[in-house]
Write a protein of this length. Structure first.
Lengths: 266, 309, 393
């Protein structure tokens, strides 16, 4: 009976942790199998421990090339989507204008649309225009679908901002441009950063839209997809694990720095 | 003072022109909107129109296509691929339901019970995003491998007998069955359920739980009458963020399923990229879009949360 | 409408509003208003929320464009100047300190925007004036409410504006700190000699700090004058009720004798000096007679004979009494007014003055004021339109 009571009281915690386990299990497998030395072409069964792949992460042809293409696209897509999305977010929060409802729908629809639909229709457009599929078509597509997410992130931040801050700046002799640069932008920065980070992650990891618009260009997710048909090199796991670790370390250090700063100030 | 001062006020020599300063900024919002909206119009809205037009064209790849208002393509597509459509909806709905059941306790845990572990758990929920989802999906091939520990355990517990009888699995395999696809979909979109749930749970004032308890509500009643209703915005946006991408997904069905688990996404993908039958592919994609928009609209209306963005 | 004329006539620095109004669609926030605030004075705009006082202030700051009329600073018309070109600074409600800048940079903001390079000395002096010299490198959120308030004042004052506008600057502080900051602001104003225009809904705050108070209601100035003037001789029921408490009695004009008007109220007679009546009086016409609760003396009915002649008197029964230390506040049930309030100083307490006792209320006719009977008796009391919010807060 005490056990049943304990179970009842901690049901949420147990269930939550089980879900967390479910979420993390594949990452554990990816990490473990990055030390595998598979017999065949596929890295699905455990054979023996080896650090070969970690010593030579670019040892598979095209893998690091695809990684570099993905990174380039992600950086440019982030810059483009953040610039365009931030401008839209500001217009939506700070100004009244006609066609507001239409603009809102146009922002919302790309997020409410299955990727495959957007991908297919973009491909139709590119085919009709006779565009050369490749780096640029991927970039165009990524900026398009990342923009809405930036708008949402920046909008939330700008909405929670006290309009009196900008009025105070104006009252203190800052013209519209100075007000924007000295007050609005610095305060909106966390929202813009969050939007940019999201855009980067979405672009870097996108497969479906890229698959339709890439032509013969191979991004990292496309390389993984192709390898799932032809044979999965262990190096894929190495890169997956490394990205996971870099992300966790990045967040942890920024949290530690943030905490330390808070303590210093207090 | 009862009359409006319509007449010009006494002007001093230094008085500036009568020109309200803020009127100059009237076009600012349009300039801000222009580049982004143009981008979305050209690369989101325009493609939809192209696609609509492609779906009613006839012809062939060699001779080119012409708009012939051939609506029969829609009928042919539906009559040939309705099982894939049904499967998509069924798989996506199951995955959404599973995500809600699994994700709610985790979101609740982070919001109310995690204490100083909150940030760490949040990181652990988000960090897997940074390992390409394709790599993580491939890991399920290992986890659910035939004769592996998971399948072995399910077999010993006779779970597989039940699921096979239901048609979710076949024999003592999990891979290449509907169960594996739903499991992969659930896994892939779970964070999209957890994060909105968390953000709406986190906004709930903890004192409301105490107040409900004080007013004679049992913990389960507190949940039913206070917590869950207040988390509805999160539930709605979480289910949408899960259902929509799951319904159009073809990665899980391809990597973890078999030819018997093909979803509409797989059909669109192969029609477009392999068979190159553009009208059929465009029609399928259009039907999928319309179906999802209708379902989403009805759902949003029913749940009464209009403000999602 | 009324215009202030104080003796300090240095028109070069006056703030002059000429027929300014503000309408939002069909709603009129401020009716056409003429107002002159003399240079160097501490001026308060007092009123309940939504009365148009903040809108008026924002039109002076340039943050709101008047629908009609003009704003003058001295001889210069500034109506169409954007806020960043006006020599006017504002202390915002809840301060609006820039969260990403430290205290020093917050205070230096205005100077830097005007292209002044060496700001260090000036900023440090200003921070010393508001006693925050030690805190200059902290961020706003690390300061207490009172400190943030002083930063907001310093940030505005350092620009030596022609006028300092204060929008409910003490609203976010607790009572004790508010009292302290009122004196502090008054001290700073005397020290720098800049015109202060202060918007508040707190009548005590307005009366403590300002030389001149304009009481606003529903987009109009109801009355304007020195705090004592407004309190002792209100011209409308709104002012009578909004500033302190007033007992208002409906009465009928009986006769006029010399400088006095004799009125009939509930069978008794009351005397009102004609100079203290803001309403037109004709024999047989109605007038509202007012008297402040602390002006009234309370005598037990048994001692009625001891009351000196020539005082206004009313009989009644004590309905309730509450002891609050300095005074006891009684509510008296009387034929002329159902809830007559009387504050009696606790000097010699009469033990017979308990609920149910018959009493005589009496006061000097010089403390009586007369108002137009066409107005609502309840205007400006808690619970009447426009006052609810403050009462709830």
């Amino acid at each position: 009976m005490p056990f049943v009571n304990w179970l009842k009281r901690h049901f949420v915690v147990i269930a939550g942790l089980l879900t967390l386990g479910y979420l993390l299990l594949p990452n554990v497998i990816v990490t473990v199998f990055s030390f595998n030395k598979p017999k065949g072409r596929f890295n699905y069964e455990w054979q023996q421990f080896s650090t070969d792949a970690w010593k030579d992460p670019c040892g598979v042809s095209d893998l690091c090339g695809s990684l570099s293409i993905s990174l380039q696209i992600a950086v440019w897509a982030t810059l483009g989507a953040t610039a365009l999305g931030t401008a839209i977010a500001f217009a939506l929060v700070r100004y009244r204008f006609r066609a507001r409802g239409a603009v809102n729908s146009l922002i919302f629809l790309p997020m409410a649309m299955p990727e495959v639909v957007m991908a297919a229709s973009l491909l139709t457009l590119f085919l009709n225009l006779g565009a050369q599929l490749g780096f640029w078509t991927i970039l165009i597509a990524h900026i398009m679908f990342c923009m809405s997410f930036v708008v949402v992130a920046v909008k939330a931040r700008v909405m929670s901002m006290d309009p009196r801050l900008e009025q105070a700046a104006q009252d203190l002799y800052a013209g519209p441009f100075q007000t924007f640069v000295r007050v609005t932008l610095p305060i909106a920065a966390p929202g813009i950063a969050a939007g940019a980070l999201l855009a980067f992650a979405l672009s870097f990891d996108d497969f479906i839209i890229t698959n339709f618009t890439a032509g013969s260009t191979v991004t990292f997710p496309m390389f993984v997809w192709g390898s799932a048909q032809r044979g999965t090199p262990v190096q894929i796991n190495v890169i997956g694990t490394a990205m996971f670790l870099v992300a966790v370390l990045f967040v942890l250090t920024s949290m530690v720095i943030g905490n330390r700063r808070k303590k210093q100030k207090a | 003072m009862s009359t409006l001062t319509e007449a010009p006020p006494p002007l001093s020599p230094t008085a500036p022109e009568k020109k309200p300063p803020r009127k100059r900024g009237r076009f600012v919002p349009y300039w801000l909107l222009l580049p982004g909206i143009l981008w979305l119009l050209v690369f989101f809205a325009l493609p939809m129109i192209y696609q609509a037009s492609t779906s009613v064209q006839t012809g062939s790849l060699e001779e080119g296509y012409k708009v012939t208002w051939h609506f029969a393509t829609y009928w042919d597509a539906l009559s040939e691929y309705w099982p894939q459509f049904l499967r998509s909806v069924a798989y996506a709905a199951s995955a959404t339901l599973l995500c809600l059941l699994l994700g709610y306790p985790l979101a609740y845990l982070i919001a109310f019970r995690a204490g100083r572990w909150r940030n760490l758990i949040m990181i652990l929920v988000i960090a897997p995003f940074f390992t390409s989802f394709l790599i993580r999906t491939l890991a399920w091939k290992t986890i659910l491998a035939d004769g592996g520990p998971v399948v072995g355990a399910l077999n010993t517990l006779h779970v597989l007998d039940v699921t096979s009888w239901l048609g979710w699995t076949s024999g003592d395999r999990v891979l290449a069955t509907p169960l594996a696809v739903v499991c992969g979909l659930t896994y892939n979109f779970l964070p999209f359920m957890v994060l909105p749930l968390y953000s709406s749970l986190e906004r709930i004032d903890g004192r409301l739980h105490e107040a409900a308890g004080d007013l004679y509500a049992k913990p389960s009643t507190v949940f039913r009458k206070v917590t869950f209703p207040l988390s509805m915005p999160g539930v709605v946006s979480g289910t949408l963020l899960t259902f929509i991408p799951a319904a159009g997904d073809y990665v899980n069905a391809d990597l973890l399923g078999s030819t018997d688990t093909r979803m509409v996404g797989n059909v669109i993908q192969s029609q477009f990229l392999r068979i190159l039958d553009y009208p059929t592919a465009a029609a399928l994609s259009f039907i999928l879009m319309a179906a999802i928009l209708v379902m989403v609209t009805v759902y949003i209306r029913k749940s009464g949360t209009e403000d999602l963005v | 409408m009324t215009t202030v004329t104080t003796n300090k006539t240095d028109h070069g620095g006056d703030v002059r509003l000429s027929g300014i109004s503000k309408t939002y669609g069909s709603f009129t926030a401020v009716h056409p208003l003429d107002l002159t605030v003399p240079h160097g004075s501490f001026f308060a705009l007092l009123g309940a929320s939504g009365c148009g006082k903040t809108t008026t202030l924002r039109m002076i700051a340039g943050l709101e464009e008047p629908s009609s009329g003009s704003v003058f600073l001295g001889d210069q018309e500034v109506t169409s100047l954007p806020p960043y070109k006006r020599p006017v600074n504002t202390v915002f409600q809840s301060y609006a300190l820039f969260p990403h800048l430290d205290i020093f940079e917050n205070v230096a903001f205005g100077l830097r925007r005007r292209g002044i390079k060496s700001v260090k000395k000036q900023v440090e002096e200003m921070l010393d004036l508001v006693q925050l010299g030690e805190q200059s490198r902290k961020k706003p959120h690390q300061l207490s409410g009172g400190q943030q308030q002083r930063v907001a004042v310093a940030r505005a004052l350092i620009n030596t504006p022609r006028v300092l506008l204060l929008d409910e600057p003490l609203g976010a502080l607790d009572l004790k700190l508010r009292r302290q900051m009122q004196l502090e602001l008054k001290r700073i104003q005397t020290e720098v000699g800049i015109t202060f225009i202060h918007v508040t809904h707190d009548q005590e705050e307005a009366m403590t700090m300002a030389d001149t108070v304009a009481v606003m209601n529903a987009g109009r100035v109801e009355q304007l004058g020195s705090p004592t003037d407004l309190y002792e001789n209100p011209h409308t029921t709104f002012v009578a009720n909004f500033l302190g408490t007033s007992n208002l009695i409906e009465a009928e004009v009986d006769t006029k004798t010399g400088d006095d008007i004799v009125l009939k109220a509930g069978g008794g007679k009351l005397v009102l000096p004609e100079a203290r009546c803001s309403a037109p009086t004709t024999t047989g016409g109605k007038v509202l007679v007012g008297v402040r609760p602390e002006k009234i003396s309370l005598t037990h009915a048994d001692d009625a004979g001891e009351i000196p002649e020539g005082r206004n008197r009313i009989t009644g029964k004590i309905a309730s009494g509450s002891f609050i230390g300095v005074s006891t506040q009684y509510v008296i049930d009387s034929a002329v007014c159902p809830e007559f309030e009387v504050y009696v100083q606790n000097v010699d307490r009469d033990t017979r003055l308990v609920p149910g006792a018959d009493v005589v209320l009496h006061w000097s006719p010089a403390h009586t004021f007369g108002l137009d009977a066409a107005q609502s008796l309840l205007a400006g009391t808690p619970g009447s339109a426009g006052i609810q919010e403050e009462a709830a807060a």
